[in-house]
Design a binder for this molecule. Structure first.
Ligand code: FCB
Length: 394
């Protein structure tokens, strides 16, 4: 297995963590839209997921033991507000315990308020495209922040608005399985509106809390640098994929969260549109090509917003665990290089801590630093997690 000799040094206060989301780990998320469609057999069943709902303390203990100092989790709207306007205080108390366990384990807490799932009652009305969804989302966010303000350091409103719109409304892979470009574009617009409403409402009541978004950016590079058409193709793709959302919310952000998984080599297709050229690079179990240098270019590009940046997700599905160490190390090396060029990066969260429910792919992809036995739910730390010993902070 690849074992770098070198160490990477990050400044004091740099966050080194792992990311997860509620529906993918907690289990029994019965009031959500996903659960509804799982029961109908339209997507794999999440069941107990990793049973993180009960085993959170064990998980945070593992995170601490492998050298992490932060975690990004998400709160499930469907648990907090199972019916419109009905707040479940037991759910709030549960999350308080979760957050306090993180603190006891020395983990800085980043919390996402909406990560791909919705309460079923809202999904039935069209989700974020319901007429007053922005107000409902802002109301839920303020309620959560008000109750958990002392237990969270960083808040993220929405996870990957563009991927969420694409998967649910364009590719039809996630509930409600629509395949309609207009509806996907409209949904993206509604997510921008909802993010803004939530940001403003939170900041109005609690001006000092830090609120950002987790944005999936793709690094597109031209197949032939010398060819202006290829350069233009890459530019257009970077604009619509990466900038379009951020430009519209750049006044409503305390920090930017970057989720980085994809990079494409693009050229203009003879038939109109674009085509991607295969990069000769190692491939994950999901068929995703890895390209650590891409994170460097994206981070430098984000400098123009003059905001602190957290890498809120970056990870690889790799069941044999033979690629993960190199993957993490090289992404951190390129992150460090971007910081030396002035990118204000404050932390890195690997996706994910424990193998989990990967949406429509079920439990097959193995992203975890920790292997999950799907029968017994036992956790086994993977060798690759030793890489964090080579990352120094301070
Ligand atoms: C991201 C999602 C996350 C997980 C990873 C693999 O797009 O935010 O929930 O599925 O991909």
């Amino acid at each position: 297995m690849y074992k770098p000799e070198a160490e990477i040094q990050f400044p004091k206060d740099f966050l080194l963590g792992a990311a997860s989301s509620a529906h993918q780990v907690e289990g029994n998320n019965k009031n959500s839209d996903w659960w509804h469609y799982e029961e109908l057999g339209k997507v794999p069943k999440s069941g107990l997921a990793t049973d993180h709902y009960n085993r959170f303390d064990e998980d945070f203990g593992i995170a601490q033991s492998i050298g992490l100092n932060a975690m990004r989790i998400s709160i499930e709207w469907a648990r907090i507000e199972p019916q419109p306007g009905t707040w479940d205080m037991e759910a709030v108390e549960h999350y308080r315990k979760v957050l306090q366990s993180m603190k006891q384990r020395g983990l800085t807490r980043m919390v996402t308020l909406q990560h791909f799932t919705l309460p079923w009652w809202l999904a039935k009305r069209g989700g974020f495209s319901a007429s007053n969804a922005d107000e409902l989302f802002a109301r839920y966010c303020v309620f959560v922040v008000e109750n958990l303000i002392n237990d969270v350091e960083l808040w993220v409103t929405i996870n990957e608005p563009e991927i969420y719109s694409r998967m649910t409304r364009f590719l039809g892979l996630h509930p409600p399985f629509k395949k309609n470009i207009i509806s996907a574009l409209w949904y993206g617009h509604c997510l921008v509106k909802s993010h803004k409403a939530a940001f403003r409402a939170i900041k109005k009541s609690f001006p000092n809390v830090k609120v950002g978004i987790a944005k999936n950016d793709v690094y597109n590079e031209p197949a032939r640098r010398s060819h202006w058409l290829d350069r233009l193709t890459a530019k257009v793709m970077n604009y619509f994929g990466n900038e379009y959302f951020l430009v519209r919310i750049s006044n409503e952000l305390d920090f930017i969260g970057l989720n980085y998984y994809f990079s494409h080599v693009v050229k203009l297709s003879l038939f109109g549109g674009y085509e991607t050229v295969n990069r000769n690079a190692p491939m994950s179990d999901m068929g995703w090509r890895t390209y650590p240098e891409g994170i460097y270019h994206l981070l430098l590009d984000l400098k123009k917003y003059h905001k602190p940046i957290y890498i809120t997700e970056n990870g690889i599905a790799n069941s044999s665990d033979d690629m993960r160490q190199r993957f993490i190390f090289e992404h951190l090396e390129w992150t460090k290089k971007a910081m030396e060029q002035g990118a204000d990066v404050r932390g890195y969260f690997y996706w994910t801590l424990v193998d989990n429910y990967e949406w429509h792919d079920g439990f097959d992809p193995k992203f975890g630093l920790v292997e999950l036995n799907n029968e017994t739910l036992a956790r086994k730390v993977r060798t690759s997690s030793e890489i964090f010993k080579q990352i120094k902070i301070g």
